[in-house]
Structures are given as structure tokens and as C-alpha cells.
Write a protein that binds this ligand. Sequence first.
Ligand SMILES: Cc1cc2nc3c(=O)[nH]c(=O)nc-3n(C[C@H](O)[C@H](O)[C@H](O)COP(=O)(O)OP(=O)(O)OC[C@H]3O[C@@H](n4cnc5c(N)ncnc54)[C@H](O)[C@@H]3O)c2cc1C
Length: 353
Amino acid sequence: MDPVRRPDIRPVASFDVIITGRGLAGTVLSETLQERGLRVRVFDMPRTGRSSHVAGGLVNPIVLRRAQPSWRASTMLAIAGAFYRELEQRYDERFWHPVNMAIIFPTTKDAGIWRLHVRDPLLRRLIEEGPEADPTIEGLERPYGHGIVNRCARLDLPRMLDAHRERWLGSGALVERTVEDNDIIHEEGGVRIGEDSAPMLVRCEGPFARIDGLSQVRGDMLTVRIPGLRLKSVVHRGVFLIPLGEDRYRVGSTFEWNDVWTGPTAEARRWLLDQVERMTGRSAEVEEHSAGVRPTSRDRRPLLGRIAQHAAVFNGLGSRGVMLAPWCAQHLADHVLDGVPLDPEVDVARFAS
Ligand SMILES: Cc1cc2nc3c(=O)[nH]c(=O)nc-3n(C[C@H](O)[C@H](O)[C@H](O)COP(=O)(O)OP(=O)(O)OC[C@H]3O[C@@H](n4cnc5c(N)ncnc54)[C@H](O)[C@@H]3O)c2cc1C
């Protein structure tokens, strides 16, 4: 017998999930949901100060100040590596570049502390002493030696974001427009934005969001040419120097908690160039200088979870977004779609006023 056809009481949702914002958070979430077979609509309008288009794309599992693993480093690394490699296959492009990081010790005391940490069982798989002759950082002065952080990577964010934009625009799933708060209509059973409706909206609006607990930190970043310097490892001494190949490097970054929306500043540029000169003994030609605003949180943990019956947030990726985003997307999807309890450490409700 045919199923009884009832007149529709509610309009049928055109999508399963609507996402606002397509930086790293929106990109990773949209791919995660689509892989689960869901119909996803993404709205995004590039805004000055957005973070992902400026970021260095570095994955570093160590908090260098304290020489400790970053929050849940092993889990985050494993999930991130698997996610981006799978994405590479889907797009038939290369985004994920495993690389080591050399930490140049500024003093003999720092070298001694590192040697102690290398013996720590928690760190043993992540860090080691640098060999005296290291061809990956040839030409760098290091009177006190260097340490190595293993299992780092560089995600080619510009390439990944461009590839995603092209595909999602091409399929009509991405609409480039700003969504104002009053464009979002909360209805019984879901939300509506213009013609599109879905039972769930996820706001991935980065530093532009207005949610309790979110704070903004500006960072300046340079792309430079340093002819003749042939680094193969990422190098850290005060700043990160990230090799891109063909004498090009990314240099970053600064941390500024005040006046975050100023855009790139001459002061930050000078400081970054001074750091490069001190590290390499060479001067750099600047190809590009940009600034973005990191969406961070007071306790340096992501901000995930529901903000209304049919709306959630995915934010607070801070300065380690590349490593955290794939786990966050999976966890948020498990929570809002399958009812898996939210990990209290990332629950946006912890800051609710
Ligand atoms: C200088 C610098 C260097 C960094 N380096 C690294 C690094 O090496 N490694 C690392 O892991 N992380 C790094 N980060 C951090 C990383 O950039 C962030 O963690 C991450 O990119 C945040 O992504 P997001 O999607 O939350 O925000 P964003 O990238 O800012 O994306 C938000 C998007 O939403 C859009 N949007 C917002 N509101 C609306 C609306 N109402 N309607 C439509 N569109 C909207 C915005 O225009 C934007 O496109 C760095 C950050 C900076 C600033």
C-alpha cells in the first residue's frame, strides 16, 4: 500500500545544515557534513581582518614557552592528519606538507632545559636534540645549538580555501553574501535565511562573531624572499620562518590584544623583519604584508555548541586552528546531529553570562 500523503504542515527544509562563514572552521565543517551525506548551504562574505586567509598554516604540537604538548596534541594531530589527507584525495590536490621544526636556542640555559625535556616520557615522541650538522637549516648561526619538534606540518591554507571555494561555488552550495542577524529567521523546526531553510544553523564567523567568551588577537604576517637561504625545516627563534620553496618564506607572527582591527602596521613589519635578520643574518624582501584577527577564547579552548534550539557555533580556534578544526567539526557534528554529549572543556556555555 502506498504511504498516505498528508498535506505539508511545515515547509520542507531545503538543506540539512546552513553554515555562515567560510574560513577554516566553515570549510572543515562543510566538508565533514557533506561526507556524512548531508545537504549543506554555506554563506560567506570575505571581511577585512578574517583569520584563515592570513594564517601561516603551521601545525605544531608543542607549546614552546613551556615545552609541553599542546592541548590533546596526539589526538588532534592524528585526526587532523587523517582529515587533510583525505581532503587531498577528494580534491586531487596537495595541501598537507609534513615538516620538522628547528628551535634555535637563544642561550645555553635554553639548550640545557631542552635537553631535560627530551627525556620527559610525555615529550619523547615529539621533540629531540638537533644534530650538530643539520642540512635542513644550513647557513643559520646557532652558537647554543637547536632542538627539533617532530610531527609538525604546514597546511597550504590559500590553496585549500581556494579549491574549496571553487568547488562549492561551482556546485551552487556556496553563496557569497553577508548574513546579518536579522536575516536569520528562527521558525518552528529550524532556521530560514532568504529562500533557504534547514533544521540547523552553524555560525562559523570567526573573530566577527558576538559570543560570550570570544576574544580577538591581531597577528601580522609577512611573505618574504631571502635569496640564497635554503631552509628545509620550519625555524623558530622569536618568530616562525616557514619555507615555501624558491627562496620564499612566511614570517610570523605578532600578537596584539588592543586595536585589533587596524590592519597591518609599520611597527609590526619592522619587528618581524628585525627578527628575521637576527635569526638569519640576512635581510628579506617583503612580497606581502597582511594582518588577521585570531578568534580565541579566554581559556584558549574552542567554543562549540548550541546557542539556540536550531543554531550552534563553531569558533575559538585561536592560534592552533589547523590542528583543532577537524576534531572540532567531528565533535560538533556528533553533538548537534547525533546527540553525543558535548565535551565540557569546549562547551560555549561555560562562558554564558
Ligand atoms: C597572523 C596569523 C597567523 C596564524 N597562523 C596560524 C598557524 O600558523 N597555524 C594555525 O593553526 N593557526 C594560525 N592562525 C589562526 C587561524 O588563522 C585561526 O585559528 C582560524 O583560521 C580561524 O578560522 P575561522 O574560520 O574561525 O575564522 P575566519 O578565518 O576569520 O573565517 C570567518 C569567515 O566568516 C566570514 N563571516 C563572518 N561573519 C559573516 C557573516 N555574518 N556573513 C557572511 N560571512 C561572514 C568572514 O568574512 C570569514 O570569511 C593564525 C592567525 C593569524 C591572524
